[in-house]
Design a protein around this ligand. Sequence first.
Ligand code: GDP
Ligand code: MG
Length: 366
Amino acid sequence: MKNKCQGCGAVVQTENKNLPGYIRRDVLAKQENEFYCERCFNLTHYNRKIDIKIDEEEFRKNIEALAKRDVLVVNIVDIFDLEGTVIYDLDKLFPRNRKLIVGNKFDLFLDSVKKEKVKNYFQDYLHRNNISFTETILISSFKKADIELLIEVILRLKGKKDVCFIGTTNVGKSTLINGVIRKLGLNYQPLTTSAAISTTLGLVNISLPDGSDLIDTPGLPNHRQANYYLSHKHQELLAPKKFIRPKVYQLLPSQTLFIGGFCRLDFTSGLSSSFVVYVPQAIKIHRTKITNASEFYQLHKDDILKVPNAEEREKLGDFRKYHFSFKYEKKDISISGLGFITLIGEGEVDFYCFEKIKVGFRSAII
Ligand SMILES: Nc1nc2c(ncn2[C@@H]2O[C@H](COP(=O)(O)OP(=O)(O)O)[C@@H](O)[C@H]2O)c(=O)[nH]1
Ligand SMILES: [Mg+2]
C-alpha cells in the first residue's frame, strides 16, 4: 500500500489531526491503493480548510533533491501576477536542468488580448531578470487545447527524463497536472486543488506512459502576494475562474480610487486621464476626492471596502507610499495577488498599499 495521500502528497499518519497527512486509523485500514487524507477530503467535498503552511525550507529541500536529478523543470507562473510569481533565482536552483516556463491563467485576460503581445512581454521580462529558459508558453488550465499544447511541448523537451512542476503557491500546478492525467487517460485520482494556498504538501509522483515520472511539488510560499495574508473565504475571492472585466475610470487630478481596502490611488496632478482597473469582480472600487479619502477609509474600510478585514489588515502591516509618473506611454501599477491598474494619460500619482504586498510599476502588459 502507498504511504502518501494522493491529493496533496503528505506522508500519511494516524496520530495528529492538525498535522499533514492525517487519516483515521479505521478509515486507513479500509483503503486499497490510492487514498486521500482527511484534509484533502474535507477540502474537496466540503471546501473546508485546515490551515497548514509549509515553510520555505521545505520547498528548498524538495527543490534541492530534484535539482540533483536530471529532470525537465516546468516552472508555472501566473501570467496575471507575473512579477509576483516569477522565481527570480530559478537558475541558481536549477543550474543544469532544461526549463520550460509556463505562464498560466491566460484566461483571466479578455479574449481580445493578443497572446503574442503578452508572450513577448513575458519573455522580455524573463530576459531582463536574467532568468534562462528553454521555452515559454502561455496557457490556461481550463482549456483543453492548452493542455494538449502543454503535453506536446513537455514530451518534446523531456526525452526520457522525469518532469517536475514547480512554482509559487496557487499558480495552478496541480490543476494542470490533473489536466494531463485526464487528457492522457492515466489511471490516477485527481490531485487536490483549491484557492487556498499550500494545498499540496509533499511530492506526488504520477507515472507517464513511457515509464518516466511526472512530479507535483508544494509551492514556494509567497510572502509578497496578497492572498498569503487572507482568510480562506477571501483567498477564494482573489482566485477568479474566468476573465477579469476591466473597469475604466476617467479621473481628474484631486480624485482618489480605492481598490477594496487594499490600495489607495491619489491622482495628485496632471491632465484628465484613464485608470483601467483589472482586479477580481468581488473587490469594490470606490472613487472619491483626495480631501475626503482618509476619512472615507476610516469610516468605510469595513462596510463598503470590506476586504481585507481587521484581522487580515493586522497581518498585512502598515501602508507604504509610492510615487509614480506617467506620460506618453501606458503604464501599469501591478499589485501582487490582486491584479493591476493601467494608467493612460499624463500625471502624477501617490499610491498606497500594504507594505507586505509587492507593488510594481511597468510598461503596460496589454
Ligand atoms: N482562472 C484560472 N484559475 C486557475 C487556473 N489554474 C488554476 N486555477 C485556480 O488557481 C487556484 C490554485 O490552483 P492549484 O492547482 O491548487 O495551484 P497550485 O498551488 O499551484 O497547485 C485554484 O483555485 C484553481 O482553480 C487557470 O488556468 N485559470
Ligand atoms: Mg498544488
